[in-house]
Design a protein around this ligand. Structure first.
Ligand SMILES: Nc1ncnc2c1ncn2[C@@H]1O[C@H](COP(=O)(O)OP(=O)(O)OP(=O)(O)O)[C@@H](O)[C@H]1O
Length: 452
């Protein structure tokens, strides 16, 4: 492992919670009669982020993400443990934190830049770039208290990413602002990451975590729940979210759900972990060793998933397709509880978990309708694979409708490989769509020379 930029050693943070605001005052006057409760927002966090890496932090509301970032940014002190950050930190935490509402945008840029350790000349040299990035027009010379929340975040982000940070800490800020600005932020963050800035990125947007981060950590109730590749961590996160929604995490506290299920189904289907999805997902070279992950409320289950080639053949041990081959994804399902409706869908994902192709029966205007226990049905999706020649995984899922919990969701149900095009064309992007190209030569060399 290379040089470590951020290291946390047994970091814990305890907040005091007072029943009433006046109790906080009472404690100051009568320190021995405190009525505060202790609340541990973080417990024993051990983490090392190598220089130049981007770490994504995910977790449910209240899991301790912001507390962790504030400790790293130095705006909160840990109760116990050691924090070490190697390099100049630029933190984009709460909206406009670090801004003085009475100052203009311009004054705040200088104020913030100085706080971040830049000289007046360095900020002046960067000012036009910052103002251009924020793109808030004449508002740059208005007090920031008159700004909309979108303007606030534009300026805050512009400062944070343009002050040569060595460590960048970003909390959800990209969620604010218009689409154009979000794209600009993403591009800038990528450029910073490419230039070797160590980044910590908190987000509820699993796509952004998968796209931007080298690794991820999931916090749960103040502790590290899991760490690993962004995709693996997001899968665990989604699994936990679903389990919590179903109340399966703590059956003892959810007797009605368990009793209700046991009342009409005694099979193993509803007990403990979902059954392993046993479809082979390995190719002969053993490249496809990704384990399937499964979650859902089990009202219906996916029984089998296959991909047929353009000839309608299925080879479970050799899922290799030609570039742009038309394939058929076949999903077999069985219903266990009455369903008022049913949507079945899929994603084809790259190795980072980015969704490249995907659709579902609803979006394709196919109404499955009501289903009864015991019914079995098959959904087939036919589509082409104009994809870069690498390996892909398939996620399949079904739910009663868009708002309900999925009844079954299987990540990595299958893994397949796409071959390079026969034509020898290099595929430079993720997808290669049909296109036509035209070149119009406006003038020839001699005409240009004559004009010159
Ligand atoms: N100053 C404080 N005093 C008391 N409790 C606090 C304080 N700050 C945070 N907490 C509590 O610590 C826990 C973790 O909060 P934190 O804001 O770090 O969570 P989070 O994961 O960032 O949540 P979210 O996704 O909602 O932003 C929460 O239960 C929160 O109520």
């Amino acid at each position: 492992m290379g040089e470590i930029a951020i290291s946390l050693n047994n970091v814990s943070k305890c907040f005091k919670r007072y029943p009433r605001p006046v109790d906080r005052l009472k404690e100051i006057l009568l320190p021995h009669q405190s009525s505060a409760d202790e609340f541990w927002a973080l417990r024993d966090i051990n983490l090392e982020v190598p220089k130049g890496q981007t770490l994504g932090i995910v977790g449910r509301n209240g899991s301790g993400k912001s507390t962790l970032l504030q400790i790293l940014a130095g705006t909160l002190q840990p109760t116990t443990g050691q924090v070490s950050v190697n390099g100049r930190i630029s933190a984009l935490l709460e909206l406009g934190s670090g801004f003085n509402p009475e100052f203009t945008g311009r004054q705040n840029v200088f104020f913030n830049g100085r706080l971040l350790g830049l000289s007046h000349q360095e900020i002046a040299a960067k000012f036009d770039e910052i103002a251009g990035f924020a793109d808030i027009g004449d508002f740059i010379d208005q007090p920031v208290k008159t700004y909309s929340s979108g303007m606030f975040v534009r300026l805050a982000f512009a400062v944070a990413v343009n002050v040569y940070p060595e460590v960048l800490i970003v909390d959800e800020a990209l969620a604010v602002g218009d689409v154009v600005f979000q794209h600009r932020c993403m591009r800038r963050m990528r450029a910073l990451m490419d230039s070797g800035v160590t980044t910590l990125f908190v987000s509820h947007d699993s796509g952004a975590v998968k796209t931007l981060c080298n690794s991820a950590v999931m916090l749960h109730e103040g502790r590290i729940y899991t760490t690993g590749s962004p995709n693996a961590v997001i899968i665990e996160y989604m699994k936990l979210v679903t389990q919590e929604e179903l109340g399966l995490l703590n059956d003892a506290e959810q007797p009605t759900l368990v009793e209700r299920h046991d009342a009409f189904d005694t099979s193993d289907r509803l007990k403990g972990e979902l059954p392993e999805f046993t479809r082979s997902i390995g190719d002969r070279k053993g490249n496809n060793s990704k384990k399937p992950h499964r979650r859902g409320n089990r009202k219906a289950l996916i029984q089998d998933v296959k991909i047929l080639n353009s000839l309608g053949e299925y080879s479970r041990d050799n899922l290799v397709f030609n570039f742009n081959e038309e394939v058929t994804l076949v999903v077999d399902l069985v219903v266990y509880e009455p369903l008022q409706g049913c949507i079945v869908g899929f994603f084809v994902c790259d190795k980072n978990g980015n969704e490249i192709i995907g659709s579902n029966t609803w979006e394709e205007n196919l109404q499955i309708g009501k289903l009864s226990p015991g019914e079995k049905f098959t959904v087939q999706f036919k589509f082409k694979l104009p994809l870069r020649p690498v390996s892909y995984s398939v996620t399949v899922a079904g739910s009663e409708d868009y708002t309900s919990v999925t009844f079954d969701w299987i990540d990595n149900a299958l893994v397949f490989q796409v071959l390079p095009p026969d034509t020898g064309k290099n595929i430079h992007a993720l997808v290669d769509l049909p296109m036509s190209v035209e070149v119009s030569r406006i003038s020839n060399v001699s005409a240009v020379q004559v004009q010159a």
